[in-house]
Every structure is written in C-alpha cells, then in structure tokens.
Design a protein around this ligand. Structure first.
Ligand code: GLA
Length: 384
C-alpha cells in the first residue's frame, strides 16, 4: 500500500501533517463463533490493512474522507450517532463515541481513510478501521490507554454503531497481532499466547466468494441468542455454568436437547469447536500440519451443517479442495454467509489449484472468484 498517497491527500485537504496509523485485517485458523461463547480463538493479523491519516482540529467538528470510495462525511461531536445510509463512517464515529463515554474530552479531528482489506470478505475490514481510529485518537489526545482497553472500545463501537454483537476476536487480532505468530486467545480470561505459525512449504490461501448474503448480521445476532438460550437452560440444573465454555455435550443432552433440537445443535457445535481448537493448537505446536488441516475441515462441516452459517458458495469452494492432496485444510472463515475460505495449501501447487477452481466456481456460481495469499503480520502501528 502506498502510504505517501494518503499523506499527500490529507495535506491537500487540510494543509496539516497527519499521524498515519495502520491496522490490519485478520485470518482465523480455527475456533469460529467461539469468542462470544467465552471460548478460544486462533487468529493472526495479515498483510492487508486499513490506513488512517488523522489530526486534531481546533473546533468540535469531525471531518472524514474515504479515499478509495471518494466519499466524505462531516459531523459535530455533539451529534455523534450511527449513520444510516453509509457504513464506513460508523466505524470511526463509533470509536470516537467511546472516548466520550469514558469521559475523555474528545476534540474535533480530520481523518482520511484508505484500506486494502477487501470489504465483506470476512477479513475484519471494519475492526481494522476501528482499531486504527482508536490508536490514532489515543495518540493525539494523549490518553495513554493500553491496547486491551482499545480492543474493548473498538468492539463496543461495532456493537453500538454497526449493530453487530460481535465477539472480541477481530479487534484483538488487529490490535495485538505479531508477525509470523497466531494468537491463542482465551476469550473468558483474555489471557493469550503467541504461537509461531510454522507451516513450512505451505501458504495461507484465501479464496473469496465475492458474495455477502444480507442475512449475515441478523443471523449472527440470532446465533448469539441461541447460544445464550442453551446456557440459560443448562444453568437451571448447573448453576455454575456461565457460558458454553463451561458446558459439556452431556449437559446439553440433559438440559437442551429435550427443549429445542436446533438450539442443541448450535450449542453442540460450539462445545466441540472449543475442544477442537485446543487440540489444533497442540497439532500446530508439534508441527503436525496434516492433523491441523483435518480439524479445519471438521470445523467447516460443523459450521455448515450444525451451526448453519455457511452458504452454497463457501461449501462449493471447500468441497472442491477435498480431493486435492495439496490442500491440507480448508474452511469458511469468520461470521459466515459469504466472504472467504481459508486454505492451507502446498506453496508449489497454488497456481494450479487456482487455475482449476476459478473457472469451475465462476461457472457454477456466476460470481467472480478472487484470491489472496496472505502472510501473518504485526498489529496496529504508527507509520512514520
Ligand atoms: C465475526 C465476529 C467475530 C467472531 C467471528 C466468528 O468475525 O466479528 O467476533 O465471532 O465472526 O468466529
């Protein structure tokens, strides 16, 4: 990404030198929909990022520009509220509102946004913008917030201004990423370990369905409620259970299955996924990439059949890899209903895989297939 362009654009607009913050998108190796169930996740920040050039103003106005979209949006600090017709200002304004909520004296600011995180691809393009904004404002207002506090503020921005009751994974990965490492995050305690992501001879290939079904955010919120319902029922006879992290399949069989088979199915996937992630981390640490890859497939089929957050486009892409020996793991990634599949593929076989799968997908789905080979990078940082 050419960061000179964003600086130049900013100076042209505001005749001021900005602070430029970079905050990446993320992949998640395994552990999907587990974050809001107090489980574990295994994400890493990637080499696709949002860039925010920002500086304070002397008044109480917020002036925003999205360079790639050629759109602008202005608002007074006193009128901070979610914007209805365009989405990107919400990720910035939602964070600004968190400063106000904390009782911090927010000042007016100018910001120019540029991003190469594909939108709607399940790579957390919105979390990247939220984290960049939070980091930038923290620097300029000299509020000395620590990174974890900023992760929580960015997550709340998504809840309150984008209306998605997301877990903490995306903002955490964007803010806390470390080059060549994935983060095993315990979303109950917020303890985390960096695990070296050694997959010699293999690469992470993202295949983008280029579709985002409109039910993505409403179904996401519904899944969250279904999981809460399961916990509520378990709690009736197991009062110490506070989330699906504390639950077992036996508990589900005894307390949920007789009440609602669909809620049981959702919760069963989560309990299995939390334990699958633990084993997958051991596989990764032992260097057993084949075992890790097999678990990614299990996750996909669980997400598709039990949790039902996949779609025909994602299923098509995963199924296409099943008979290809160069692909050791493949699954839908993120919230679901579109976006990307994450694939661990032998480096030397990537070109051939794409040339086979692309025409087949495009013919079957009447949609373009795009792809990215991603690397694991550092989290939010200032660009000098
Ligand atoms: C979205 C949310 C995350 C997480 C994933 C599913 O990316 O923002 O918090 O729940 O879906 O794992």
């Amino acid at each position: 990404m050419d960061t000179i362009k964003i600086r130049e654009h900013f100076v042209q607009l505001y005749s001021q030198e900005p602070l430029v913050v970079k905050s990446p998108g993320r992949v998640n190796i395994i552990g999907e929909h587990t974050d809001y169930n107090n489980g574990f996740v295994l994400p890493g920040a990637i080499n696709k990022a949002a860039y925010l050039a920002i500086s304070l103003r002397d008044d109480e106005e917020i002036h925003l520009t999205a360079m790639d979209l050629n759109e602008s949006f202005n608002v007074h600090i006193k009128d901070l509220k979610p914007v209805g017709d365009i989405s990107w200002p919400n990720f910035i304004l939602g964070v600004a509102a968190q400063f106000v909520k904390k009782g911090i004296a927010l000042k007016g600011f100018n910001a120019v946004l540029m991003s190469d995180v594909p939108i709607g691809a399940g790579l957390s393009s919105s979390a990247a913008i939220e984290c960049a904004t939070c980091f930038g404002l923290n620097e300029l207002l000299q509020t000395k917030l620590d990174r974890l506090t900023m992760v929580n503020m960015a997550q709340k921005a998504e809840h309150e201004f984008a209306g998605v009751m997301c877990g903490v994974m995306d903002q955490f990965a964007s803010m806390m990423g470390q080059k060549n490492h994935v983060i095993k995050l315990d979303c109950m305690t917020m303890n985390y370990d960096y695990i070296p992501f050694n997959i010699d001879g293999f690469k992470i290939l993202l295949l983008n369905t280029n579709v985002k079904h409109s039910l993505a955010s409403s179904e996401y919120n519904t899944r969250r409620l279904e999981c809460m319902k399961a916990v509520e029922w378990i709690k009736e006879s197991n009062p110490t259970v506070n989330s699906l992290r504390d639950a077992t399949v036996d508990m589900l069989k005894q307390n949920v299955l007789n009440k609602n088979a669909l809620v049981y199915q959702r919760a069963e996937f989560i309990v299995e996924e939390i334990s699958r992630l633990q084993q997958a981390c051991e596989d990764l640490q032992k260097g057993d990439i084949d075992a890790l890859g097999a678990k990614m497939y299990e996750t996909h089929f669980g997400l598709s059949q039990k949790y039902q957050v996949s779609c025909k486009e994602l299923d098509f892409l995963v199924n296409e890899t099943l008979t290809n020996n160069s692909v050791i793991g493949s699954r839908m990634m993120g919230g679901g209903f579109g976006g990307c599949t994450i694939n661990l593929v032998k480096e030397t076989a990537i070109e051939e895989l794409i040339s086979t799968i692309k025409p087949r997908y495009e013919e079957a789905m009447s949609l373009p297939l795009s792809f990215n080979i991603v690397t694991i990078e550092n989290g939010t940082e200032i660009i000098e």
